[in-house]
Ligand binder design. Structure first.
Ligand SMILES: NC(=O)c1ccc[n+]([C@@H]2O[C@H](COP(=O)([O-])OP(=O)(O)OC[C@H]3O[C@@H](n4cnc5c(N)ncnc54)[C@H](O)[C@@H]3O)[C@@H](O)[C@H]2O)c1
Length: 331
C-alpha cells in the first residue's frame, strides 16, 4: 500500500518560501496543508490551502507532519523551538540563526528528539553537485587556486536582506555562509585567515561587502568575495583551477569543465529566471528531508556541517571586527 503523504506546512511565504511550495507541489510524497504568512497579498493565489497570519497560529491550530521554515533569519529560533517542542520535524532555511549561540539553541532543541535538517541548498543545486563530483573524481589534477565571487545589485537581489533586525548582520552571513560551507565541504577549511567586512553601499547597518581569505587543508589560500551593490549588477562564479583542468560554476546558470580538449558542459539550467533556477536544488533538498523524516536517513547536509558553516561565519566577523557604522530600523 502506498504511504500516506506527509502533511507539510510552510512558515514564511516570501521569496524562498514560495519556491519551497513549488517543490512540495511537484513531490508525490508530500502535500502542502498550511502556510503562515502575515502579508496576505503573497498568499492570494494559493487556493484552498489553510493560511495563518503567523507561524505561532499555524503551530497552534494545524496538525502537520513536518514544517519548512522560510522566515526571516531572526525568527528561525522561535519558530524552530516551537516546532521542536511539539515534536514536528523541520527543514530550516539557512543560515540557522543570526548568531552561533542561537544556532546551538536550535540544534539542542531537536537533538535526539525530532529530525532537523538545515537547507544549505548549495549541496543540492545541480551545477554545484556536478562541480563537487568533478573535484572528488580528481579530474582537475592538483588544485592550484579556488575562488568564489557573488556580487549582485539591488535590481537583482531581494532588498529585505538589508534589514539587519530581521535577517541579522549582512552579506557575510546571508550569502557568505554558502561559500564557506562549500569550501569546507569540498576541501576542508583550516581557518579564516583574513576578513575585510564593510558597510559601504547601504545604510541599514548590514555589511554589504566582504572579502574573505581562508586557509584550506591542502595548504592553499582561497578567496571569497561578496557584494551587494546599489547599481544593477550580477556577477557570480565559483572557479577552481587545477594542473589538468579548470572548473567554473556560474550559479543558477551552468557548470563547465575546461581541459585541453575544450569546454565540457557538466550542467546547464534550462530556465534563465532566477527563482525557477532555484527549483531543482530546492526540490532535491526536499527529497532528502523526506528521507530523513520517513526513514531517519542522515541527510546530505548534517547538522554538524550546518553548525560548522555558522562557526566559520562567526569567525569571519570576529576576524574583521566589523561593527555597523549606522543603523536604520526599516520599520
Ligand atoms: N537556501 C537558499 O538559497 C536561500 C535563498 C533565499 C533565502 N534563504 C533564506 O530563507 C529565509 C527567508 O528569506 P526570503 O528571501 O524568502 O525572505 P522573504 O522576506 O522574502 O520571506 C520571509 C517571509 O516571512 C514572512 N514572515 C515574517 N514574519 C512572519 C511570521 N511571524 N510568521 C509567518 N511569516 C512571517 C514575511 O512576511 C515574508 O513574506 C532567510 O533565512 C534566508 O537566508 C535561503
Amino acid at each position: 500500500m502506498a504511504k500516506a503523504k506527509l502533511r507539510v506546512g510552510i512558515a514564511g511565504y516570501g521569496f524562498i518560501g514560495s519556491i519551497h511550495a513549488r517543490a512540495v507541489a511537484s513531490n508525490d510524497n508530500v502535500t502542502l496543508v498550511a502556510i503562515a504568512e502575515p502579508d496576505r497579498s503573497k498568499t492570494e493565489s494559493v487556493g484552498r490551502i489553510n493560511t495563518f497570519a503567523s507561524f505561532e497560529n499555524l503551530l497552534d491550530k494545524k496538525r502537520i507532519d513536518a514544517l519548512i521554515i522560510a522566515l526571516p533569519t531572526a525568527q528561525h529560533l522561535e519558530c524552530a523551538a516551537g516546532a521542536a517542542s511539539r515534536g514536528i520535524p523541520v527543514l530550516l532555511e539557512k543560515p540557522m540563526a543570526t548568531t552561533l549561540a542561537d544556532a546551538h539553541k536550535i540544534r539542542d532543541a531537536f537533538l535526539g528528539k525530532t529530525p532537523l535538517m538545515v537547507g544549505m541548498s548549495g549541496h543540492y543545486h545541480p551545477e554545484f553537485v556536478g562541480a563537487a563530483q568533478v573535484i572528488r573524481n580528481g579530474d582537475l589534477g592538483r588544485i592550484l587556486s579556488v575562488e568564489e565571487v557573488f556580487q549582485f545589485g539591488s535590481a537583482a537581489f531581494p532588498l529585505q536582506y538589508l534589514d539587519r533586525k530581521n535577517f541579522g548582520r549582512g552579506i557575510t552571513l546571508t550569502n557568505g555562509i554558502h561559500g564557506l560551507d562549500r569550501l569546507d565541504t569540498l576541501f576542508g577549511i583550516d581557518q579564516v585567515l583574513d576578513a575585510i567586512i564593510m558597510q559601504r553601499n547601504f545604510s541599514t547597518g548590514a555589511d554589504d561587502e566582504s572579502e574573505l581569505t581562508v586557509r584550506l587543508r591542502n595548504g592553499l589560500n582561497a578567496k571569497l568575495g561578496y557584494l551587494w551593490a546599489s547599481s544593477d549588477l550580477f556577477n557570480a562564479h565559483f572557479r577552481v583551477i587545477g594542473t589538468d583542468a579548470s572548473l567554473e560554476v556560474l550559479p543558477f546558470r551552468c557548470c563547465t569543465l575546461r581541459d585541453s580538449d575544450g569546454d565540457h558542459v557538466i550542467y546547464r539550467h534550462s530556465s534563465s529566471d532566477f527563482a525557477s533556477a532555484h527549483l531543482p536544488g530546492i526540490s532535491a533538498e526536499l527529497s532528502d528531508f523526506i528521507e530523513l523524516v520517513r526513514h531517519e536517513r542522515e541527510p546530505r547536509v548534517t547538522l554538524v556541517q550546518a553548525i560548522r558553516a555558522q562557526e566559520l561565519v562567526e569567525s569571519a566577523y570576529e576576524k574583521s571586527g566589523f561593527e555597523p557604522h549606522s543603523y536604520t530600523d526599516p520599520s
